[in-house]
Design a protein. Structure first.
Length: 714
């Protein structure tokens, strides 16, 4: 063979049993595709695990759907979003809009609880490509006749998929193109003008619209684009979005031990908790979370401050669930009865408060299941049931379940029945204790079953664990998650971590719930930072994320003494004893917390996470961030500036990204401090602040333009 000679495939012909010829190229190892299309659709968002699991949304949201869509050559695309709720049979269709970089955007409306499915479909838009070329030829004064015939044929092809009215109109337009004596200046047919409602420059001047105006109509382009052959489309999907109630996105949690709700230091009851509801409501919380309310075991009961031996009057840890009175579907007798609990749930609901209970899937040695189902528990080599350990910590009062035992199906069903029991008694919000220590498959199964029966149920994951594990729990169905916010204190840590939670793919499936403290976690910052630290941490939690919580009354009463140096455990922890709290203490931060929660409820921007934006400051002790919401004609922009130094006043310049908060650079604006009610007249992006932790270490500004500032400037 000579250099450069062409290598040709040798064709051969075979005949099948029916005499049909099959001609193939011997040298082609890959067969011809059975079907192919020109558009490429990729990088669809939101999606989780390639569409195998649903992204998260809440009822009433408009979910932004985006995709890369493009094709070879220069012919434009028609791209659309197709969606339906799981209970519907028909698909809704809405066009997507194209950005400069082949990124297409659409909106998925979430109207009801449950699963919503969607596809992104792209087709080559031959009609728009023809129209754009035709208009360009017309502007250049070129001959149009042969190209008008091409357009007529495209319209006739669309007629085959059109409804009767559309079919007649498109036929009129095709005929008009063929008969256009004056080219695009020819008057458009009346039926076409009437159907399209064309209002171009000519019609506005009282003249009859021309063919050129009709062809440029957005409605015509959408109508014909939507009538292309479905077989020519590239489809990406299906993807899913699970819709939860609005409280899954925006909620304010208050944790309290019901046994410490009395006013005289005795063991509290549900009746005492009901008397505390006005206090919780006045602070603006809409979820009241109660640690386990079940009977507590006596064997190996922990004493005060976690002592390994309990005294005769020690009440033990509520997480050591189960005793002679019953297990996970029973009530601790000192708290009251099941009827008392049900009345508490109803009384709270009348105030707009959900009562959340703790799902702690573990048992004390006295739990009835230990006797009735010993195979449900982990056993040691000597055959005895093993207590829980997290070396060097030992929990002799708790037996973990064996989710992989020979009887695991019965165990799993029993735990599902526990959730069903509390659903039947009005509970819709659950805080789940240490879910990362149980199999992912168990949670995915349980949550799917619960949502099939109660799609409004909310599950908060208490998983202070490795990042990928925490994230996976969100993927498989947990509604919200505790986070590492509790230990993020520096400006860099907060900015980096909250950007990851709210602006990366993680936001599609993990909803953060920020807690400054818990019964297990008294951070070093709260131990030593004084009042300024408590104020700063509650404002950070409440404004950085749409959902947050505090463990009270320890938080509002600034409980800050650790069990010992270097420990995050509270001294005189409520986990092991009944406490009596002075809610009328002048040191209480209850009024400040109530103000913060009122601000959250009055400003829509703070009820979402997707617009969180950090702004530059010239002092690293100051952190500045905003949230912005634009709904219809209403704009809401909130800027928080906070002093992270709890010991000293700090000042500096905040450089506001005005575009990120919806402000124009050429006009002054009002910065209204919602905490102090002071108003400042600001102009431009650079503005000066000074914050003293001895007073209030933060501003929470509402930013508006077009209003006069009052009060003293800063």
């Amino acid at each position: 063979m000579q250099p450069g000679a062409e290598v040709r495939s040798r064709a051969h012909t075979t005949t099948d049993s029916k005499g049909r010829r099959d001609t193939r190229k011997q040298d082609d190892p890959v067969p011809l595709p059975a079907r192919w299309t020109r558009p490429v659709v990729r990088a669809v968002t939101p999606q989780v695990d390639g569409g195998r699991r649903p992204a998260k949304a809440t009822v009433g949201e408009l979910v932004a759907v985006s995709a890369d869509a493009f094709a070879d050559g220069h012919t434009p695309l028609w791209c659309e979003l197709r969606y339906r709720h799981e209970s519907a049979t028909a698909w809704s269709v809405t066009p997507m809009t194209q950005a400069y970089d082949d990124r297409w955007h659409g909106t998925l409306p979430i109207g009801q609880l449950g699963l919503h499915r969607f596809w992104v479909r792209a087709r080559v838009d031959e009609f728009r490509g023809w129209r754009d070329d035709l208009l360009a030829r017309d502007r250049a004064g070129q001959e149009l006749a042969p190209h008008l015939e091409t357009g007529a044929r495209l319209l006739e092809a669309a007629m085959a998929l059109a409804k009767s009215q559309e079919r007649a109109v498109l036929g009129e337009l095709a005929a008009a193109l063929r008969a256009a004596e004056r080219g695009l200046e020819t008057d458009a047919p009346d039926p076409v003008v009437e159907w399209l409602g064309t209002a171009g420059a000519a019609s506005q001047a009282g003249e009859h619209p021309s063919l050129g105006e009709v062809l440029a109509s957005v409605r015509l382009g959408a109508a014909v684009g939507n009538l292309a052959d479905p077989g020519s489309a590239t489809n990406a999907g299906p993807f899913t979005v699970r819709a939860d109630p609005a409280k899954a996105r925006f909620s304010s949690w208050y944790e309290m031990f019901p046994r410490s709700a009395s006013t005289d230091g005795t063991h509290g009851s549900f009746a005492d908790v009901r008397r505390r509801l006005d206090y919780v409501q006045a602070m603006g919380f809409d979820v009241l979370y109660l640690p386990p309310i079940h009977p507590i075991g006596r064997s190996a009961r922990k004493g005060r401050d976690g002592a390994t031996k309990a005294g005769p009057h020690d009440v033990g840890s509520p997480w050591a669930i189960g005793g002679p009175e019953g297990g996970h579907t029973s009530i601790h007798p000192d708290l009251g009865t099941l009827a008392d609990f049900t009345e508490l749930v109803r009384d709270a609901a009348r105030r707009g408060i959900d009562v959340a209970i703790d799902l702690a899937f573990q048992a004390s040695p006295d739990h009835p299941w230990v006797r009735e189902h010993p195979t449900w528990f982990l056993h040691g080599p000597d055959g005895t049931i093993r207590y829980a350990e997290n070396p060097p910590k030992r929990y002799e009062d708790i037996y973990p379940f064996d989710f992989e035992s020979a009887d695991w199906p019965d165990l799993w069903m029993a735990l599902l029945d526990v959730v069903r029991f509390w659903l039947a008694h009005g509970v819709r919000v659950f805080r789940v204790d240490n879910p990362h220590t149980k199999p992912f498959a168990f949670w995915e199964w349980l949550l799917a079953n619960v949502r099939a029966e109660a799609p409004e149920a909310i599950f908060l994951s208490e998983a202070f664990t490795r990042p990928r594990v925490m994230e996976h729990l969100g993927r498989i169905g947990f509604t919200q998650s505790y986070t590492y916010f509790t230990w993020r204190t520096s400006k860099w840590e907060l900015e980096t971590y909250l950007t990851e939670l709210t602006r990366s793919d993680v936001a599609s499936y993990l909803r953060p719930n920020l807690w400054p403290n818990t019964p297990d976690i008294l951070t070093e910052e709260l131990q030593h930072g004084g009042r300024g630290a408590f104020l700063a941490r509650v404002v950070l939690a409440a404004t950085l994320a749409a959902s947050y919580g505090i463990y009270g009354p320890a938080f509002e009463l600034q409980e800050h003494l650790p069990r010992e140096q270097g420990s995050e455990e509270y001294l005189r922890s409520e986990k092991y004893e009944v406490r009596s709290w002075d809610l009328e203490s002048p040191a209480s931060l209850a009024a400040f917390i109530a103000l913060v929660n009122r601000i959250r409820h009055e400003h829509r921007a703070l009820q979402f996470n997707d617009s969180l934006h950090f702004h530059r400051t010239d002092n690293d002790a100051l952190i500045a961030y905003s949230k912005h919401r634009h709904e219809g004609v209403t704009r809401d922009a909130v800027l928080t500036v906070l002093n992270l130094d709890h010991g000293f006043p700090q000042s500096g310049w905040v450089h506001i990204d005005l575009e990120a908060v919806g402000l124009r650079e050429d006009e002054p604006f009002v910065a209204h401090d919602l905490l102090s009610d002071a108003r400042y007249a600001w102009r431009g992006s650079a503005n000066f602040v000074k914050l003293d932790p001895a007073d209030v270490p933060c501003h929470v500004f509402s930013l508006t333009q077009g209003q006069r500032a009052t009060g003293n400037g800063q």
